[in-house]
Design a protein around this ligand. Structure first.
Ligand SMILES: CCCCCCCCCC/C=C\CC(=O)SCCNC(=O)CCNC(=O)[C@H](O)C(C)(C)COP(=O)(O)OP(=O)(O)OC[C@H]1O[C@@H](n2cnc3c(N)ncnc32)[C@H](O)[C@@H]1OP(=O)(O)O
Length: 393
């Protein structure tokens, strides 16, 4: 695969974007530009990073990388990597975010950060129960954890919470962190009037120029990893569908353990309209869940369902009036979060394990079909029509 990853980054990183980031201090030499007074502390810290027993996690490694670069080279002065050069872009973003932070401050911050890592064996991304603490995320994805519930909220209300390629990666990271944190249940929801309008169709614009086939391949890997995370998620995963849901945000619901919907929500999978085909394992789960006839109505003909219809078809667990939706659902979720976590995990495992292998195979097959669809005239025309404001669902 001809992805432009710097040679010290493992190629397989693209399958799990930030998971295999290697320690910056393991790869870089301390340059002579660091100030003499702190040079020794700084060099010691660089050595201590190599000796850490526990992997500090990708977020922390990015912070260390950024501070190291800032301390040794000053503000970010290299061109921004392309959007598909995922790892180098994440590194660039982290370094660039430090702006004009002075080298000495960066060096001190690096030393402090390494001290805190060395003195505490606890992972920085762990969330203490009961703490209302933002874990990670960005402007477009807000992740919080409170009273045993980790909430992952899509936060692009002006774009109806359409999912950008960066958000796919962030959701993967958020799910991986949530699977290991101290919370009992995990919730996905949307901010604003929509739950989610599906894939951000602008994701296509970057792809449809340059080395198209390579880019499509890397996006396909990203999509497969994304759906795999939902298949493998070990704790109860609940969707709080606060408004209309489109595309991948609907298909994924079949992989959730409960789906609560406002009566304002609708469920729409307009794949044929977009020259695309189903994903999220829906080609397998939907027919099993609602019967082939009803599944085909959605997945082939793009019939939009009301919340009541989706509930009758088994896609939604329960529908609530919009006026009391948040209160009723969160009261319910707080009660669920107090159930014995191990029992819930084991029960979920028993149910999921029967199908896991099959689901991974279905995911791989769906993505492989989509890869061809994305290059089809039908798909390209549909996306261009939307982007040039000639069409809407
Ligand atoms: C080759 C590789 C390609 C890369 C692919 C990456 C991975 C793909 C994985 C495949 C997965 C999923 C498939 C799907 O999800 S298919 C569904 C895709 N979604 C849509 O087609 C929805 C498109 N949006 C609409 O039809 C309408 O916006 C709406 C949702 C019906 C809402 O209509 P509205 O009148 O109430 O609001 P509107 O003014 O249109 O929207 C407000 C602004 O938000 C922008 N926007 C909304 N949805 C999307 C979207 N999905 N993608 C991009 N932009 C979106 C809309 O353009 C408005 O923006 P602006 O204010 O005009 O700037």
């Amino acid at each position: 695969m001809a992805l432009r990853l710097a040679k010290h980054w493992c190629l397989s990183a693209i399958r799990s974007p930030l998971q295999v980031i290697s320690f910056p201090a393991l790869q870089l030499h301390v340059s002579g530009t660091a100030m003499r007074a702190d040079q020794k502390d700084f060099e010691n810290a660089v050595t201590r990073v190599k000796l850490l027993k526990k992997d500090p996690g990708n977020e922390m490694k990015l912070k260390l990388y950024a501070l190291y670069k800032q301390a040794t080279e000053g503000p970010c002065n290299v061109p921004k990597p392309g959007v598909f050069n995922l790892i180098n872009k994440a590194k660039w973003d982290a370094w660039n975010a430090l702006g004009s932070l002075p080298k000495e401050t960066a060096r001190q911050n690096y030393v402090d950060l390494v001290s805190s890592l060395s003195s505490s064996s606890a992972s920085s991304s762990q969330v203490k129960p009961g703490a209302d603490k933002e874990q990670q995320g960005s402007e477009n994805l807000v992740v919080t954890s409170e009273n045993g519930i980790t909430k992952i909220m899509l936060n692009r209300p002006t774009k109806k919470n359409a999912i950008t390629t960066q958000m796919y990666q962030e959701i993967i990271l958020a799910l991986k962190a949530a699977s290991k944190d101290d919370s009992t249940i995990t919730v996905l929801t949307g901010n604003g009037d929509y739950y989610c309008s599906g894939n951000d169709l602008s994701n296509f614009t970057d792809v449809l120029s340059g080395e198209i086939e390579e880019k499509v391949k890397s996006i396909a890997i990203l999509l497969r990893d994304f759906v795999d995370c939902f298949i493998d998620f070990p704790k109860p995963l609940i969707a709080v569908v606060n408004g209309p849901a489109v595309g991948i945000s609907v298909t994924l619901l079949g992989l959730f353990d409960a789906v609560y919907a406002s009566d304002r929500a609708t469920f729409h999978t307009p794949f044929s309209h977009l020259g695309q085909s189903p994903e999220g394992c829906s080609s397998y789960i939907f027919p099993k869940m609602m019967g082939p006839a009803k599944a085909k109505e959605m997945l082939i003909f793009g019939k939009k369902l009301t919340a009541g219809e989706a509930c009758a078809r088994g896609l939604v667990t329960e529908v609530f009036p919009d006026s009391t939706f948040q209160t009723e659902v969160w009261t319910r979720l707080k009660a669920y979060s107090k159930l014995p976590p191990n029992a819930m995990r084991v029960s979920k495992q028993i149910i999921r394990n029967m199908e896991k292998e099959k689901l991974h195979a279905v995911n791989a097959e769906e993505v492989s079909v989509l890869q061809e669809r994305w290059l089809s005239d039908e798909c390209i025309n549909a996306v261009m029509n939307f982007l040039s404001k000639r069409a809407k669902l």
